[in-house]
Write a protein that binds this ligand. Structure first.
Ligand SMILES: Nc1ncnc2c1ncn2[C@@H]1O[C@H](COP(=O)(O)OP(=O)(O)O)[C@@H](O)[C@H]1O
Ligand SMILES: O=P(O)(O)OC[C@H]1O[C@](O)(COP(=O)(O)O)[C@@H](O)[C@@H]1O
Ligand SMILES: [Mg+2]
Length: 323
């Protein structure tokens, strides 16, 4: 006896690499366990437009390696209203859909939470490059985004060291410094500016001067978008250490594209299958995650109301090793 018979899947919010692998896992596991499965195009916007279609085994062929999301994504204002949420729940009921897997970030999770209060069984999967979701060590897309940043910094290093310059790299992460931190540690950045750690521009220039005195003739500064602007940091470096000739690179949406890493594909595959099995077992209003290698579910309410702790140990290590 399964708690759901017909489920749907959608992707919502900023897309991330590995969302396709998650969609594939949801569809194939659902079919394996005898459920009917539907895709919803363009997130909650598509739900409100009844853009809902049946999915079969072949409909998710040849997508595990692709970035973006074949279901497409959207940000939908109407769904933020109680009327929009009731309309969405009614449309799902009209289609006979009793379970929904939402792949997205914290905003998308809140939409899933509202639908569950209206009688639809929901499961959230953490699809965002930012890694800003609590109760999971990793989100789907984070590993790929970090690899892209590291690859870009490798290239910047070549030219920065040739010209003895300082490279200031602005990376994504509105409220979370994890991309900056993990890419910074992996690429030996001297300075990592994140929203979770207060800093002053004076401190940054003091560190630059010290590094210069220690014989460093080029340097990498990573700025998470939520921590400030690369241009401001560059102005400060130009004032205090002009010989570093700062150059700013904003990586932007490049970080959200391209083929997902094996880590992200495997995480997405495991979580997609897990979400289906939990729906079948009757769980609802839960976010799926991975903690210390184990798959877990946590109440969505708890997840969206808890800020993910920042790893200060890793941050201090990155600074210690880049002296
Ligand atoms: N509090 C909320 N209640 C209902 N739906 C929400 C809420 N917050 C966000 N959403 C829906 O989820 C969509 C994606 O949220 P957003 O915060 O943009 O991205 P992400 O899910 O990546 O964090 C929004 O456009 C909206 O449709
Ligand atoms: O797609 P947009 O509107 O340019 O949004 C950019 C934002 O989306 C992200 O890539 C991901 O954020 P979400 O997962 O919350 O959507 C952020 O790092 C970035 O600030
Ligand atoms: Mg978000």
């Amino acid at each position: 006896m399964t708690a759901v018979k017909k489920i749907a899947v959608l992707t919502s919010g900023g897309d991330s690499q590995g969302m396709n692998a998650a969609v594939r896992a949801v569809v194939r596991s659902a079919l394996y366990f005898g459920l009917e499965v539907y895709g919803i195009q363009r997130g909650y916007q598509g739900l409100l437009n009844s853009d809902i279609f049946p999915m079969d085994l072949r409909s998710v062929g040849d997508i595990i390696q692709r970035g973006g999301t074949v279901l497409q994504s959207a940000r939908c204002k109407e769904f933020m209203t109680p009327e929009g949420q009731q309309k969405g729940a009614q449309i799902l009921r009209d289609h006979g859909i009793d379970g929904l897997v939402v792949i997205g970030g914290d905003g998308s999770y809140q939409g899933a939470n509202k639908l569950s209060k209206l009688g639809i069984k929901t499961m959230g999967l953490p699809g965002t490059i930012d890694n800003d979701i609590s109760y999971t060590d990793y989100t789907i897309g984070f590993d790929t985004a970090v690899s892209i940043v590291v690859d870009a910094i490798n290239k910047l290093r070549d030219t920065m060291s040739s010209h003895e310059r300082s490279s200031i790299v602005e990376v994504m992460g509105r409220h979370c410094g994890d991309i900056a931190l993990h890419a910074g540690l992996a690429s030996g950045a001297e300075t990592i500016l994140v929203p979770e750690v207060e800093y002053s521009l004076e401190e940054v220039s003091e560190r630059m001067k010290q590094n210069f005195a220690h014989g460093k003739r080029h340097s990498i500064i990573i700025v998470a978008e939520g921590a400030g602007s690369g241009d401001l940091v560059a102005q400060e470096v130009l004032k205090s250490c002009p010989s570093y000739e700062p150059r700013v690179t904003v990586l932007g949406h490049i970080q959200r594209g391209g083929t997902p890493t094996a880590f992200d594909r495997n995480l997405a595959s495991r979580l997609g299958d897990f979400a289906v099995r939990k729906l079948i077992e009757g769980e609802s209003d839960k976010a799926c995650g991975i903690i210390k290698g184990e798959l877990v579910t946590t109440d969505i309410d708890k997840v969206v109301n808890t800020k993910k702790p920042f790893n200060m140990e890793l941050y201090e290590l990155a600074l210690r090793l880049s002296q």
